[in-house]
Design a protein around this ligand. Sequence first.
Ligand code: FES
Length: 167
Amino acid sequence: MTEMELKSETLERIEKLIPKYPEKRSLVLPLLHIIQEERGYICDSAMEWIADKLEIQPMAVLEVLTFYPMFRRHPIGKIHVKVCRTLPCALNGAYSLCEKLQEKLGCGLGETSEDGNFTIEFVECIANCGTGPVVHVDEDMYENVDPENVDGFVEQLNTLVAQKEGD
Ligand code: FES
């Protein structure tokens, strides 16, 4: 990965961050977050790019990358569906909702559907506990998603895919 492959805003964020860390190695975690935010996952070349940038061995980046479960090593689907599974949402049916979504969207938990449209993951509390089950779809929050009636929600997700394809 060359610098050209990252958006200029991303490179700017990274350049602004570097002087704030006297120890370059401490930037591994923030850089992984920033790059995953832009690209959706961390590929080998991104890992090597970080290592070059911080003048450390790629292995040092890999260690951090594999330690934290929030980093993805593979591309995600066009629509990223994150179901909150923390207690208040769980009590309102988050697990059953997640199972039904997997079935309807054709992908397992932590996986991407074959058509590349959806990735489903569980996440911990996203601070909207009174209106669970809560689902984060890309950057948007969906509240009170009824596990007994997911068809309408699935329809909205399919509309989002169609919109992205039309962009
Ligand atoms: S428990 Fe689901 S948003 Fe807090």
